[in-house]
Design a protein around this ligand. Structure first.
Ligand SMILES: [Zn+2]
Ligand SMILES: [Zn+2]
Length: 307
């Protein structure tokens, strides 16, 4: 199953002619996972041909308007399209009250459930069969969390010739072993372990999204060995003092974090409206971490399954 990451919005604080407000969409099978939900996100989804009816989870890093104001519009558009599947929203405290106010004052009816999970501590906040999402408190002007999407390891590659040689019957027994379970011969009680007929577990993919933040202690461990780190880089290196004052990062800082975490790739986003040309940001990051790009709206990348 391939993973497609789509940058729906890449601007900081205010939209520009070319950049919408922060939102990153991870598409995995029939499911969509969104990090942050900037204004106009539903139109960006329509332009990116991302479905509005798919199983969806939304993770909000913090309650600044540029990261959250897309949610009411998105939910309302979904309702007008008769969505029926629930939407799960994870966010720091305040989200439930924000949505209650919207419902009360705008009086729009939803056609589906919105399940709100308020994030108050670092740790695993969502645990599904094939993946989990961890939160880690970051360092911004208000309570803010970075998120890590982490796939669980998959069973190793199955070798039919090995199963045949041991005499494991085809069918259910093979299926069990392929899914990482033991098979026991009913007559003799002999146990066949997955490792007897398959290769080692295959690592899942890991994507880390910082939201707005200064570099913080513990990030390298949180993002360790990530396939992709999506790091904010609001200001270029020459505006370090401004970045410090506002709780943001520079390209050099983002690149240093990616390097320290041994990430495979880095995408910079949440770009200040002052940069119509981002080559300076890229140049500064590249000096420290080679495999980096600065996202534009609708920039996409694929993360293939590891073998
Ligand atoms: Zn922001
Ligand atoms: Zn912010």
């Amino acid at each position: 199953m391939s993973i497609r990451v789509i940058f729906l919005g890449t601007s900081a604080a205010v939209p520009t002619a070319n950049r919408s407000l922060p939102a990153v969409l991870i598409q995995r099978g029939n499911e969509q996972i969104m990090f942050d939900c900037g204004e106009g996100v539903q139109r960006q989804m329509i332009r990116a041909k991302a479905g509005l009816h798919k199983k969806t989870k939304i993770f909000i890093t913090h309650m600044h308007g540029d990261h959250i104001l897309g949610l009411p519009g998105l939910l309302q558009t979904m309702a007008l399209m008769d969505r029926t599947k629930p939407v799960d929203v994870y966010a720091p405290p305040g989200l439930a009250r924000f949505l209650d106010c919207m419902h009360e004052t705008l009086q729009f009816q939803l056609t589906f459930e919105v399940n709100v999970f308020e994030v108050t501590n670092s740790g695993t906040i969502c645990d599904e069969e094939e993946y989990r999402v961890d939160a880690n408190q970051s360092n911004h002007a208000i309570t803010s969390f970075a998120y890590a999407f982490i796939e669980k390891p998959r069973a190793g590659r199955f070798y039919p010739e090995k199963a045949k040689a041991i005499g494991v019957p085809k069918g259910d027994a093979w299926g069990k072993l392929q899914h990482g379970q033991e098979y026991i011969f009913p007559a003799t009680g002999q146990i066949v372990k997955p490792i007897d007929v398959a290769g080692p577990l295959r690592q899942g993919r890991k994507i880390v999204y910082t939201g707005d933040t200064r570099p913080f202690d513990g990030f390298a461990a949180f993002a360790a060995d990530a396939d992709l780190v999506i790091h904010e880089a609001t200001f270029d290196d020459s505006l370090l003092e401004r970045a410090k004052a506002d709780g943001h990062s520079t390209p050099s800082e983002a690149a240093t974090e990616a390097k320290a975490s041994n990430a495979k790739s880095l995408v910079l986003t949440h770009v200040s409206a002052r940069y119509s040309d981002t080559s300076l940001l890229l140049e500064q990051a590249k000096k420290i971490f080679a495999n980096v790009v600065v996202a534009e709206d609708f920039f996409e990348l694929e993360l293939p399954l590891s073998e």
